[in-house]
Design a protein around this ligand. Structure first.
Ligand SMILES: Nc1ncnc2c1ncn2[C@@H]1O[C@H](COP(=O)(O)OP(=O)(O)OP(=O)(O)O)[C@@H](O)[C@H]1O
Length: 633
């Protein structure tokens, strides 16, 4: 039955409209990517069909040779990219070509700046996909039919890329999708077989399916290329990862990355290896040069495509990489898995566990090599993905020591927020007699850098790691030691500087402790409820007091973080350490118990110490009142 169709007009989702406008303006100078994107989609559609046909061979409908075709029509001024892949139903066309289903889309668009250059970069991160058609076309027609559906259940989707599109039911005997671009007047130079072949070779040579075009030959009489009536395959049409490394050029690796990662930038680095042994598999794994916009969404798609003997099985095979390596993109092609393997099976498979461990080690090796031989690239990697690697410290106990070597930190050595000091470098600079790696955690870099807990360390020239990423608390709670040296918070426990303190310093401290005994007791009495203990510090040289956590209690920064995350952590009282040499303490020592504002001073001392380490005081108005009372004497 033929379709007497009704055409429905629909509006694009607001973000699609925004994306279209931005893309046309900011990616104009890179217009050739439209072909890469459409070929990539067509190839994915064929992969999907091949996979579904494993369970249901009738989906091939007597047309099992999957492939792409690119057709030029000089008169109509159109280019058509056709595939005989999975196709789309009308509902799918509406959902996939009229909306953006990615999580975080709204947030992404609100981050755009309006500056074409910067936005072009951001859009690259977002992935331009099908909509890049509108860079060169002022009208796009998509005609599609889902594999297995009757011929009269085709759909025609048409849009000028402005605010709306139409959909209509059509007859479409051939399975799959044809995307026809009606070129903008100034894009007619694309109506040239030679030029399109050049673009295809540049961006899409690695596509494993044949891409066919009409063969053309030079016609002497017409002084032009003319179709011969035959078709020819214009790409290599073999799976790139299955080719020997020596056969693949750098350009091909890069182009393939852009296809698998849906990324518009070049990769930072990659590794391509064939693993033999109990498990036989090929891995082609890339590290991107820029983090995708949804990196922090732990549910965002992961980057590994799983193939079994060249047959595409699934995208986003999260079982093949640990979560902290969700930045890795690429392909793993396994020789001995059943083709009908499901996510559930993958989850339980011991073989997959082995492959994941192999891939993880391979990426760690790649990063080690980069850190060793190309500091500039490693710095790029660290700035984009360092925080993920920090997650790995707790997530991947088996590789913890290797990951620890790859970590980079800001330290008091330069006091710059740039994270570029490795633990190995830190250890190499340790003072004679120093047996711990010291760190301070705070909510911000400034908070860490200016922490009063650092005073004695600065005085003695002992380097301290300045930790202010959220994930740092996780790192230090899992990384107990490095190279035999334990990690020690400068704001926790009774600071024991061991051999870093000489005999005269130890003696001076003992004396200070005994002469401040009275003051300590008075403070303890005044502040009793708020604290665990008051004691004499040897952390401070300039500040009057600071708060520290007991050795086995969570630090104040971690407590604040847990609270912010809505976790019901029990209230843990701090220890107040005082610097009896400080004029403020000296003054307090002389105050009488009654009538000399001792309690006000004690309370202000405590609140100041809390503020200095980034905490919030419980009763700000009370604090102000006490300060005022003290100012008035
Ligand atoms: N040739 C095609 N055959 C079948 N479905 C297609 C085809 N082209 C696009 N689609 C569908 O439309 C969706 C949107 O395509 P689009 O290129 O915008 O995004 P994507 O490929 O999912 O991701 P990205 O934006 O990262 O490229 C695809 O996920 C797919 O479901």
């Amino acid at each position: 039955m033929t379709n007497q169709t009704q055409t429905e007009t629909k509006a694009f989702q607001a973000e699609v409209k925004q994306l279209l406008q931005l893309m046309i303006h900011s990616l104009y100078s890179n217009k050739e990517i439209f072909l890469r994107e459409l070929v990539s989609n067509a190839s994915d559609a064929c992969d999907k069909l091949r996979y579904e046909a494993l369970a249901n061979p009738s989906l091939f409908e007597n047309d099992p040779e999957l492939g792409l075709r690119i057709l030029l029509d000089a008169e109509a001024k159109t280019i058509t990219i056709a595939d005989n892949g999975i196709g789309m139903t009308k509902e799918e066309a509406i959902a996939h070509l009229g909306t953006i289903a990615k999580s975080g889309t709204k947030e992404f668009f609100s981050a755009l700046t309006g500056d074409a250059q910067k936005d072009a970069n951001l859009i690259g991160q977002f992935g331009v996909g099908f909509y890049s058609s509108f860079i060169v076309a002022d009208k796009v027609t998509v005609r599609s039919r889902k594999a297995g559906a009757p011929a009269n259940e085709g759909v025609e989707w048409v849009s000028a890329g402005e605010g709306e599109y139409t959909v209509a039911d059509i007859d479409h005997p051939g399975r799959g999708t044809e995307v026809t671009l009606h070129l903008r007047a100034e894009q007619e130079d694309l109506l040239n077989g030679w030029k399109l072949r050049e673009i295809l070779r540049k961006y899409s040579d690695h596509i494993a399916l044949p891409i066919r075009m009409a063969q053309e030959k030079w016609d002497e009489d017409a002084k032009a290329m003319k179709p011969t009536g035959e078709e020819e395959t214009v790409n290599q049409a073999s799976a790139l990862w299955a080719r020997p490394k020596s056969d693949v050029t750098e350009e091909e690796y890069k182009a393939f990355y852009q296809h698998v990662a849906h990324d518009y930038q070049e990769p930072l680095t990659w590794v391509h290896a064939k693993v033999e042994g109990r498990q036989e598999y090929t891995q082609l794994l890339y590290v991107p040069s820029q983090a995708p916009f949804d990196l922090w969404d732990r549910n965002a798609r992961h980057g590994i495509k799983l193939y079994v003997k060249r047959v595409f099985i699934m995208d986003d095979a999260e079982q093949l990489m640990p979560t902290y390596m969700r930045f890795v993109r690429g392909v793993v092609d396994v020789a001995d898995l059943p083709l009908n393997v499901s996510r559930e099976i993958l989850q339980e498979s011991k073989d997959i566990e082995q492959i994941r461990s192999g891939c993880t080690k391979r990426v760690l090796g790649l990063l080690e090599e980069l850190a060793e031989n190309n500091v500039e690239k490693y710095t790029t990697f660290w700035n984009q993905f360092g925080q993920l690697l920090k997650e790995g410290v707790g997530e991947d106990q088996a590789n913890q020591a290797r990951i620890a070597k790859l970590l980079r930190f800001a330290t008091t050595n330069t006091d710059s927020p740039e994270q570029n000091v490795s633990l190995t470098e830190y250890v190499s600079r340790m003072k004679p007699g120093q047996d711990k790696i010291y760190y301070v955690t705070a909510e911000t870099f400034q908070g860490a850098k200016n922490s009063p807990h650092l005073e004695i360390f600065r005085k003695k020239g002992i380097e301290v790691l300045l930790l202010s990423d959220r994930v740092d608390e996780w790192v230090v709670s899992h990384l107990r030691d490095f190279d035999g040296k334990s990690l020690q918070s400068v704001a926790k426990g009774g600071l024991d500087l061991g051999e870093l303190e000489d005999a005269s310093e130890k003696q001076a401290r003992a004396e200070a402790e005994s002469s401040a005994k009275d003051l300590v007791e008075r403070l303890q009495k005044a502040l009793g409820e708020k604290l665990k203990e008051v004691r004499v510090t040897h952390r401070l040289t300039d500040s009057p007091a600071c708060l520290v956590a007991d050795e086995h209690d969570p630090g104040a920064n971690l407590q604040r973080m847990l609270k912010m995350m809505g976790q019901n952590a029990p209230e843990i009282k701090p220890i107040l350490e005082i610097n009896p040499q400080h004029p403020m303490l000296k003054k307090m020592e002389l105050l009488p118990n009654e009538g000399g504002h001792f309690d006000d001073y004690a309370s202000v001392l405590f609140d100041e110490a809390l503020l200095a380490e980034g905490g919030q005081i419980e009763d700000p108005a009370g604090f102000v009142r006490k300060i005022n009372r003290l100012m008035l004497g």
